[in-house]
Design a protein around this ligand. Structure first.
Ligand SMILES: [Zn+2]
Length: 144
């Protein structure tokens, strides 16, 4: 902070992609983000801020916990994999719509979907959700 500079380390290959740094936390409400940006004289005009609603604020505050709750049920997924798959697909849709797929927590979502399609023996769909591998991180989910 003394030099007001940052050092970043990539955790995956970055080629031709724009890098972003957020001045606020992803889980903050739009009101809280606006308040946090005021000292920088920034009025954010990103889609998430412009189109924020109470529902998107709620999603931001809850999505990490919601992913975790499904992950915590992994031992009983086999009893009703379609139910958990629907939960995760719906959550993933909401996360993508809100642009939260750049968060570290998101990686567990496609991984869970991948595992659930594997449980349901749907290899074509399973393959699509192998995308979680691009995050190049060790997930806390055990492979079934
Ligand atoms: Zn914004």
């Amino acid at each position: 902070m003394a030099s007001f500079s940052f050092q970043f380390t990539e955790t995956r290959d970055i080629q031709g992609e724009q890098m972003f740094y957020s001045y606020v936390n992803f889980d903050q409400s739009v009101a809280s983000r606006r308040k946090a940006l005021t000292p920088y004289s920034i009025v954010c005009k990103c889609t998430s801020c412009v189109k924020a609603t109470p529902a998107t604020d709620k999603l931001r505050s809850e999505f990490v916990q919601r992913i975790q709750e499904v992950r915590n049920q992994q031992a009983i997924w086999k009893a009703n994999p379609s139910y958990y798959l629907d939960l995760m697909l719906g959550l993933r849709r909401d996360i993508l719509n809100e642009g939260l797929n750049g968060t570290v927590s998101y990686a567990s979502c496609p991984q869970a979907i991948y595992l659930l399609y594997r449980l349901l023996k749907q290899p074509r769909k399973e393959k699509i959700f192998f995308e979680f591998k691009k995050y190049n991180r060790i997930s806390k989910l055990d492979l079934l």
